[in-house]
Design a protein around this ligand. Structure first.
Ligand code: WT7
Length: 714
């Protein structure tokens, strides 16, 4: 890049790893740095040997003939091998005699108020009246339960005509049936495309069309902070839009969760109306026998849409063999999963995000450690719900996001202090760089200063963790995700692919393929090649261009590097410090959003002529959303707070609440270069309240725009 990325963070504290005994673990899978170094070295010197060993931890119905076939930028892993993801998560545990063990512990959000016997006064006046004593709905599903339920739903899907390779859309709350739905798809070889329940109807429409999906599994609603999220109503709206777009959905399966009345009709769809099915009625009639489909290692397991730097989300493709091997290995090593050791693992992410795919379900169940799913919000009925859950269920590993930790800090330590958190053995974070204060607070206040903290860096595209401490060996530094995992050749380079000296910011790349890597963007080869494999040249290589004959890469090019779109530096100890995205993607509360998506939502409002969206520092969210908006001159609308509210609500309706702008600034014009490109860096500085504009503005088309923008008040 033309300018160095300057790093302002200097953090010098180092925390040595605790002993296994001191946290109550029977052992660490990797117990010394020497062992880690040997493992990492071996994984790079003999990748086929290393990954072959890892893959043998799963059950295969047919062994592979080649571990890796690397034809950049296309990797095929475990070529010729066959396996089934649901079998490895579920049936395998039953077949080895563990069918009665608990696979999933689920807790619903609603609680019955503590009974009157707790005290004569029902109104608790304590300043920290907590969730303790409340009575939530809890369900425990064994591997045998999961085998039965995934078989019934799998058979039902087959009877509706769903075949191997079809894409099933899932839009559900965090209930056990969501886990059953994804595993049932895997069971019959259908790929799932899960859409986070917080997304708006528009998101369903664009994803269903892109994936050419004909079947939707949903629920009438889900509970969130005491309210009902109207999922089926959103699906109905989407169906109407899909109908007018000429995309026929054939079946909609609805689980009754909240008792919200639903109407089985989709206005707007004429002729081929979808078949509406009640989840339980359908399963009651289904054949209980549903063998797992043998899948090729490279068959698609799922599609998951994520934001990129254009307005259109990309369908990230993950395959069966590589993804399962990778998530199973990383979960085992990073979370130190050990079966039959009394562990209960809790990842607080919604299954609608990749974190939930990989570390609520696919990476955890093969490890035969129970996984906890919680339906709702951390502050329902009170701000100690998480700590209450940990205490009641004796959670041993907790995996959550920096934004949640900052929120807990703000709520105050009196909430966790009310609970016995001594069951915890390990803490993890994911989603964005964690500020050292939050890291230390997490370690001390939640982990009692005992538990190792693993700051795991990865992406939807990487399938699983790529840079992370291993809890039993890596000395940790607050704010650093530390060192690459075995098999990962991560580096910080310049655009020429040359590794940079310590503490110099640059581009974060991986220089070799790994099994969990994405295999493409669904239906968009060009975007895959351009977005991930064309930015950074291999050593001595030429820039990789799309348009080559077979691979899309220029022939004769050196091995390309995978470009993460993150900036990073490595310190003098080789530790990685992630500095954030270098593209037009922002990380809001650990959720990825394309600034273009928010911009398109804004310009779809009748009063808006043009919009530019940038990230700005935000105390809780990490990055907040700042929108610069110019109004249509003839709109007759005044640039006032009323319109600000209306635009914010409009964006939330178009995309989902997580995209609601934190700040909207009206402007007469946006700063553009002479070639018409919006100068985002300049807007970022303005949004952050930076006094001195650092960017060179000599290419600015109209200088007065900058002056006027500064004057716009909030
Ligand atoms: C982006 C990927 C991977 C699951 C959740 C997000 C940022 C993620 C960290 C971390 C610093 C992180 C990166 C990355 N990110 N984890 N531990 N430290 N940054 O998945 O939605 O695909 O977002 O999240 O910027 O590129 P995602």
């Amino acid at each position: 890049m033309s300018e160095h990325i300057d790093s302002v963070l200097t953090e010098t504290r180092v925390f040595p790893p605790p002993t296994a005994a001191s946290v109550g673990m029977p052992r660490w899978h990797v117990a010394s740095m020497q062992e880690y170094r040997a493992l990492h070295r071996r994984s790079l010197d003999d990748p086929e040997g290393f990954w072959g060993e890892q893959a043998r931890m799963l059950a295969w119905s047919r062994p592979w003939t080649r571990v890796l076939d690397w034809n950049p930028p296309d990797a095929r892993w475990f070529v010729g091998g066959q396996l089934n993801a649901c079998f490895n998560c579920v049936d395998r545990q039953v077949e080895t005699g563990h069918g009665e063990q608990v696979a999933i512990v689920w807790e619903g959000e609603p609680v019955r108020a503590p009974s009157a016997s707790a005290g004569s006064n029902t109104r608790n006046t304590s300043p920290v009246a907590g969730a303790r004593g409340s009575d939530p709905e809890i369900r425990r599903l064994t591997y045998r339960d999961l085998q039965r339920e995934t078989s019934r739903l799998g058979s039902a899907l087959r009877s509706l005509g769903v075949k191997k390779g079809d894409v099933v859309t899932i839009y559900m709350p965090m209930v056990p049936e969501l886990a059953v739905a994804m595993l049932a798809c895997a069971r019959i070889g259908a790929a799932h495309s899960i859409i986070f329940g917080g997304f708006a109807p528009h998101a369903i429409v664009e994803r269903v069309i892109d994936a050419k999906s004909r079947v939707i599994i949903t629920a009438d609603g889900g509970y969130r902070r005491g309210e009902v999220v109207p999922l089926r109503k959103n699906v109905d709206e989407a169906l109407t839009a899909l109908g007018s777009a000429g995309h026929g959905v054939e079946h909609v399966i609805t689980l009754q969760r909240t008792g919200t009345p639903t109407q089985d009709a989709a206005p707007g769809i004429r002729g081929s109306a979808p078949g509406f099915h009640d989840y339980h009625t359908l399963l009651d009639r289904a054949n209980a026998d549903c063998p797992c489909e043998a899948m090729d290692a490279e068959d698609m397991l799922f599609l998951l849409y994520t934001s990129g730097s254009t307005g259109k989300p990309k369908g990230i493709v993950h395959t069966t063999g590589g993804y399962m091997v990778y998530t199973t290995m990383t979960a085992r090593l990073v979370f130190n999963l050990i079966p039959d050791a009394g562990q209960l693992f809790w990842c607080t992410a919604d299954i609608g995000w990749v974190t939930g795919h990989s570390y609520v379900i696919y990476g955890i169940l093969p490890g035969r450690v129970p996984t906890l799913m919680y339906e709702g919000a951390p502050n329902f009925p009170a701000s100690d719900r998480f700590w209450d859950i940990i205490e009641r269920h004796r959670v041993t590993q907790l995996y959550t996001a920096p934004t949640a930790i900052r929120t807990f800090m703000k709520w105050g330590q009196e909430w966790p202090r009310k609970h016995d958190l001594s069951s915890l053995q390990l803490l993890g974070t994911v989603g964005e760089p964690i500020n050292p204060e939050a890291w230390v607070w997490y370690r001390d206040t939640i982990g009692g200063g005992r538990c190792p903290v693993v700051d795991t860096y990865w992406q939807t595209e990487t399938g699983g963790h790529v840079i992370s401490p291993l809890p039993g060996c890596t000395p940790t530094k607050p704010g650093s995700c530390t060192l690459p995992l075995p098999g990962i050749d991560a580096a910080v380079v310049n655009e020429q692919g040359e590794e940079l000296p310590p503490n110099q910011g640059g581009l974060l790349v991986t220089r070799r393929p790994w099994p969990g890597m994405l295999r493409g963007i669904y239906g968009d080869r060009q975007r895959y090649v351009q977005g991930y494999w064309s930015r950074v040249k291999g050593p001595g290589g030429t820039a990789l261009q799309s348009g080559g004959k077979n691979t899309g890469l220029e022939t004769g090019a050196a091995t390309p590097y995978y470009f993460s779109a993150d900036g990073a530096r490595r310190d003098q100890d080789g530790y990685f410090w992630i500095m954030g995205r270098v593209d037009d993607v922002i990380n809001v509360s650990g959720h990825r959003l394309g600034t273009m998506e928010v911009e398109s939502a804004l310009v779809s409002h009748p009063a808006v002529a043009e919009a530019a969206v940038v990230g700005m520092p935000h105390e809780i969210k990490g990055t907040g959303i700042c929108a610069f908006v110019t109004l249509k001159s003839g709109s007759g609308r005044k640039a006032d707070d009323g319109l600000r509210k209306e635009l914010a609500a409009h964006v939330a309706r178009e995309i989902g609440a997580l995209a609601r702008p934190d700040s909207i600034r009206f402007a007469e014009g946006l700063p553009k270069t002479r070639s018409g490109k919006i100068m985002r860096r300049l807007l970022r500085d303005l949004a952050a309240g930076v006094e001195k504009i650092t960017q060179d503005t000599t290419t600015l088309e109209d200088y007065s725009v900058l002056a006027r923008l500064r004057e716009t008040d909030e």
